[in-house]
Design a protein around this ligand. Structure first.
Ligand code: COA
Ligand code: AMP
Length: 637
């Protein structure tokens, strides 16, 4: 048996011994009484009775161990032209002061703090400061609009919001403060204070009695010590798209999270203390939480925090230049980023000027990685390129090649085998395991390993309904795929109405809700259509109310603007058209999966339960006009 398989078998057969051993990677304030607590199954808890401080493990212990002068965070910001190196000692001071400020604002253990910030080091300080005092942070991605921020504020009910005057995108300065003010005005929950980081690119007004200037408030704050935190206490809430418009508040605990991330850094990412690791994502996403902030810092590595894009800041060589300059050993990005680079530099000319001998391997995740993209990256860099699969809910990889243990041969199109801790199976609709290479629902046998979601924020019922109810004893990933004869997993698509746009997970249900807010729209269906750059793009079909506006071009512009202002620019909503009627089953269910197949030129069967077969022809013709489905069967009425 190979070493990876051996580890996997032990993790499944003896989970308590396996994770009890892994827990030694972390410094505990109190050892766990039980490694795995199954008393409330199917709600499992890891390291019950244990106590630790995640911030202490990520920061202070490295200073105590003599690593104070080592760089903890390399901030690289091609969009501002400013870079900063922050060592562990300085990180400790800044985090302790910010934590002190939060305490002086009345934030206590268990209180929530929303963080709505760009990719600056202060965002990482903010997360760690919350962890230090046991406050639960909830980072909201900067590309979301005010309304999405308001929804999250209403659910998390924070005492304090930490934000900045602006973010900087290649297209220009994105003023965050007006978005925050708008969100706070919309939210029914009222926050006590906002602490605003003033960036020179955009000056903003502070609201009297509520807002504080970050720099002066932190300068005056006392340093706070690390509190004693139960392993099972929440560290953060991260909202992610569900199938309805209401996002799900994925909860992460302290103990399981620290153990799993520390274990993954060496075993999966091949990173030890002192190495440089770079995850080119955003702190607003789970990749940013796990592998820009917590994972690398927990093991005493240097993390690179990048405020820029793969292309255009300044060119498609930006990643390679940064890797060479900072001696990055493992690099993590999304396939979309590689596709963007490939489009601008197909021959890899912009790789050639840089010495990439430091780089051991590249990891890709966030969306399905098409074999072309993987092979291009592998051949141009001449390095192992590792596709790996996970979700916001799991917090760390479910399937991956263990690069720190025993790398397996790469099969393009597959994120390799299940990682230790995860028993991944493929089931049919009846709950039976399917054979090798047969597609079905990808599930994980309970209990999930440490570091995965114990529940949804204050909503055990939604957690059970969404993930545990379809198959008894299994967690439903929402992905469809198959396992081949060598145990390699292939993730092919979602089984629900979630789409993946440039590695960003979005709910079509939310798009539909927003489109229906328009006065002229009676009904809407949104599907994800294949896109060469972003993987998928949202495409909306709307049925107009009788007597609705006749000028469709004006209407379409209004709809695009509406989605941008309600969901945010990250929605990348640019495709919309009117149809007289949507294809539905006789029971009224919109046939989104069939429409998706038509748009992507895949074979489809006319659903037996369709209410009006002509509606599919109309959709087909509309999609063809929009540049999607190729076959034109019938003229649009
Ligand atoms: N704050 C404010 N706005 C943001 C934002 C943020 N943090 N992040 C993105 N946006 C805006 C962008 O400016 C853009 O707005 P625009 O419509 O005014 O141009 C919009 O949201 C879409 O952004 P993006 O998804 O970045 O698309 P793009 O067309 O600007 O760039 C890529 C294309 C491929 C370069 C980009 O999608 C990319 O880098 N993808 C990698 C994905 C990734 O890292 N995913 C994380 C999961 S691992
Ligand atoms: P998110 O929660 O935003 O990280 O999105 C998770 C979803 O993205 C997964 O459920 C998959 O649908 C998709 N995904 C992430 N990584 C991969 C991958 N390596 N291969 C295929 N799909 C992926």
């Amino acid at each position: 048996m190979d070493q990876g398989l051996e580890l996997h078998t032990r993790s499944i057969e003896q989970p308590e011994a396996f994770w009890g051993e892994a827990a030694k990677l972390i410094d505990w304030q109190r050892n766990a009484e039980q490694v795995l607590n199954s008393s409330a199954a199917p709600l499992y808890r890891w390291f019950s009775g244990g106590a630790l401080n995640t911030c202490y493990n990520a920061v202070d212990r490295h200073v105590e161990a003599g690593r104070g002068e080592q760089i903890a965070i390399e901030y690289v910001s091609p969009v501002t032209g400013h870079n900063r190196s922050i060592n562990y000692l300085s990180l400790q001071k800044q985090v302790a002061r910010l934590a002190g400020l939060l305490k002086s604002l009345g934030v206590e253990k268990g209180d929530r703090v929303v963080i709505y910030m760009p990719m600056v080091p202060e965002t990482a300080f903010a997360m760690l400061a919350c962890a230090r005092i046991g406050a639960i942070h909830s980072v909201v991605f900067g590309g979301f609009a005010a309304n999405e921020l308001a929804t999250r504020i209403n659910d998390a009910k924070p005492k304090v919001v930490l934000s900045a005057s602006c973010g900087i995108e290649p297209s220009g300065v994105v003023a965050y403060k007006p978005l925050l003010d708008d969100a706070l005005a919309q939210a029914s929950h009222k926050v006590d204070n906002c602490v605003i980081l003033a960036r020179p690119q955009y000056q903003c007004e502070l609201t009297d009695g509520r807002d504080l200037d970050w720099y002066s408030a932190v300068a005056d704050a006392p340093e706070a010590e690390c509190e004693v935190i139960a392993a099972t206490d929440p560290l953060y809430i991260l909202y992610t798209s569900g199938t309805t418009g209401t996002p799900k508040g994925v909860v992460r605990d302290n103990g399981g999270h620290a153990v799993a991330l520390a274990w993954s850094m060496s075993h999966i990412y091949n990173i030890e203390a002192g190495d440089v690791f770079w995850a080119a994502s955003d702190v607003g996403w789970v990749v940013g939480h796990s592998y820009i902030v917590y994972g690398p810092l927990l093991v005493g590595a240097t993390t690179l925090l990048y405020e820029g894009k793969p292309v255009g800041t300044p060119d498609a060589g930006a990643f390679w230049q940064t890797i060479a300059k900072y001696k990055v050993k493992s690099f993590f990005t999304a396939p979309t980023a590689i596709r963007a680079i490939k489009r601008e530099d197909p021959d890899g000319e912009l790789i050639k000027p840089y010495d990439l001998s430091c780089l051991g391997q590249v990891f890709l995740a966030g969306e399905r990685c098409d074999p072309d993209t993987l092979e291009w990256c592998q051949s141009k860099l001449d390095k192992p390129v590792i596709d790996h699969w996970w979700q916001t809910e799991t917090g760390w990889p479910v399937a991956a090649n263990l690069m720190g243990v025993a790398p397996l041969p790469v099969k393009p199109g597959s994120p390799a085998r299940a990682v230790p801790g995860y028993q991944v199976e493929v089931l049919d609709a009846m709950g039976e395991q399917v054979g090798a290479n047969e597609t079905g629902n990808v599930v994980i046998k309970l209990p999930l390993p440490p570091g995965t979601l114990p529940t949804l924020w204050q909503n055990d019922q939604r957690y059970q309904d969404s993930y545990l109810s379809m198959y008894d004893g299994y967690y439903l990933t929402g992905d469809a795929g198959y396992i081949d004869e060598d145990g390699y997993l292939y993730i092919m698509s979602r089984i629900d109405d979630i789409i993946n746009v440039a590695g960003h997970r979005l709910s079509t249900g939310r798009f539909e809700e927003v489109l229906c807010q328009h006065d002229s729209v009676a009904e809407a269906a949104v599907i994800g259509v294949s896109d060469k750059l972003k993987g998928q793009l949202p495409l909306g079909l709307v049925v107009l109310k009788a007597g609705a506006r006749a000028d469709h071009d004006v209407l379409y512009k209004e709809l695009l603007t509406l989605v941008r202002s309600e969901i945010g620019p990250v929605a990348a909503f640019k495709l919309v058209s009117a149809v007289p009627k949507l294809p539905k089953t006789r029971s009224g269910k919109i046939l989104r999966a069939t429409m998706r197949k038509i748009a992507d030129n895949q074979d489809y069967k006319m659903p037996a339960t369709i209410e009006d077969p002509q509606t599919l022809d109309i959709v087909q013709n509309t999609l063809t006009r929009m540049g999607y489905s190729k076959a034109l069967t019938q003229a649009v009425s």
